[in-house]
Design a protein around this ligand. Structure first.
Ligand code: FAD
Length: 466
């Protein structure tokens, strides 16, 4: 009797605990990915990126003598049917920690068990599962620094090797064809994005980590905020789809730290921000919907509005904000510093509800992650755990002087700012829908709001609203 291995956000062979556990049973393994309604609801960029991840993972499985079976429909229905078709002993998967996935997984587990089938979940997506880290008083952490202090001291198990061969069933069940799923259909903007995504998959992720550790990690602490530079790891989207294990990053960072690499500790700390986001998401499942600090519920956020639409289109007249929004629209990526500045501008200068920004990021980011995105937005808005105090409002102009001192990032993305715009700046005009009526020869827009006046307005509203 084979085992069904239900892959989700763990599309890798190396250091994959559920895969190791399945192999240890000695049974043939049937790897499956289910395009369920929860996955169909992904944003356009995330869905297209997932398609790339699936293609790469299917190829990797073939390399070890296996296959990736693709099925569409509600997870439980699909899995039960597959159990019948293959005569499998049961299903194994890696745990997920957001509310939607947890509800789904609990239903699946209960139903399979009720039929006397094996239904087993394993860790793998995070270094430490959210309930395993507790404060001295018991209960979850609410502030990052003590969480970091606790986590940095915790042991992390060694990585598991990738299997060289995966035993399969005698007869393989049918699979849908990935191309038929048309996961790119919502993504109308394409060429530049696609060019970047040639590098999806586990091999690409490992190469990226190696390159980063060799060339850029040493300068990471000093350079990571400079938006025009390629100074960060670029691993977030690989982590999002599980193309690389967080343990692999952790152990590489620890080793670098022991070797005296000056950027290593900062890198590990950022990785632990990802952990913290999932810790919060697990213990506070509404993180993506409700203000974490309830006193923000009275704040008169503006709902979606015409200024927010300008923000989405990269037409605020604030060059760093616009550059960031265009970068994301075209490539599916945005530098972390730029995310903070763009989010601050929307929530503070434009007084717009952080959930409006959260939704647009979910639509556009290839590394979209419900926990990191929600924590990031609430942190910037001021409503979140560990948030910056409400009076801290990023000034996009001074941030630009500091973190894009030569204006390279702004010129890279804003065609209207240079006489001879480059391919990246122009690609934005190819990517936007015709209905936006964008023209690279049009003058760059005037600022939506004077920065000082916007700051005063935000401070006033914040004083009153809270
Ligand atoms: P590196 O600087 O190389 O960091 C290494 C890894 O640490 C990252 O790959 C990531 O997994 C983790 N990490 C770093 N910074 C953070 C952080 N602030 N929060 C959580 N994890 C972090 N990250 C996402 O992965 N998905 C999101 O949807 C997302 N949305 C965000 C929204 C806002 C408003 C903000 C302010 C931040 C958001 N982030 C999100 C966090 C961060 O911007 C990205 O993880 C980072 O830019 C990814 O680039 P990198 O892989 O080169 O990071």
């Amino acid at each position: 009797e084979p085992l069904i291995l239900w892959f989700r956000r763990d599309l890798r062979l190396g250091d994959n605990p559920v895969l190791a556990a399945a192999l240890a049973t000695g049974r043939p393994v049937v790897p499956v990915f289910v395009l369920d309604p929860e996955t169909e609801a992904l944003g356009a960029a995330a869905k297209q990126r997932l398609q790339m991840a699936l293609a790469a993972f299917a190829a990797a499985l073939q390399g070890v003598g296996s296959r990736l079976i693709l099925r569409r429909g509600p997870a439980l229905e699909v899995l039960e049917r597959l159990v019948e078709e293959t005569g499998a002993a049961g299903v194994m998967w890696s745990r997920a920690y957001d509310a939607t996935s947890r509800v789904r997984d609990q239903v699946v587990k209960a139903a399979l068990k009720a039929r006397g089938l094996l239904a087993e979940s394993h860790a793998g997506f995070v270094l430490h599962e959210p309930w395993t880290v507790e404060t001295g008083q018991g209960g979850p952490y609410r502030v990052f620094t003590p969480y970091w202090r606790a986590v940095r001291a915790l042991p992390v198990a060694p990585e598991l090797p990738a299997p060289v061969h995966l035993p399969g069933p005698e007869r393989w069940p049918d699979s849908a064809a990935l191309a038929d799923w048309n996961m790119t259909c919502d993504m109308q903007r394409g060429a530049v994005v696609l060019a970047r995504w040639q590098s999806s998959g586990e091999g690409a992720a490992l190469d990226r980590l190696a390159g980063f550790a060799e060339d850029r990690m040493a300068a990471y602490a000093a350079r990571r905020d400079f938006v025009a530079e390629d100074a960060t790891s670029g691993l977030s989207e690989h982590l999002t789809y599980g193309e690389i294990s967080p343990r692999t990053l952790w152990h590489r960072g620890r080793r670098a730290m022991e070797e005296g690499n000056p950027g290593a500790e900062t890198f590990l700390k950022e990785l632990v921000w990802r952990e913290f986001a999932w810790h919060l998401m697990y213990h506070y499942p509404e993180l993506g919907q409700d203000n974490w600090k309830a006193d923000w519920n009275a704040f008169p956020w503006r709902g979606d509005n015409a200024d927010a639409e300008k923000w989405r289109r990269g037409l605020t007249g604030e060059p760093l904000v616009d550059a960031a929004m265009r970068e994301m629209f075209v490539t599916g990526r945005m530098h972390n510093r730029a995310r903070m500045i763009a989010a601050s501008y929307l929530t503070k200068h434009l007084l717009t509800d952080w959930r409006v920004g959260l939704d647009w990021f979910a639509e556009c980011l290839t590394d979209w992650d419900p926990a990191a995105n929600a924590m990031g937005w609430q942190w910037v808005a001021g409503s979140g755990p560990d948030a910056s105090p409400y009076f801290r409002i990023f000034n996009p102009a001074t941030q630009a002087e500091k973190f894009d001192p030569e204006g390279r990032y702004r010129r890279r993305w804003i065609a209207e700012m240079t006489r001879n715009p480059g391919a990246e700046a122009l690609s934005y005009f190819d990517a936007v829908p015709k209905s936006w009526g964008m023209d690279p020869a049009a003058p760059y827009p005037m600022p939506l709001i004077d920065l000082a006046a916007g700051r005063e307005r935000a401070l006033e509203a914040l004083k009153q609203g809270k």
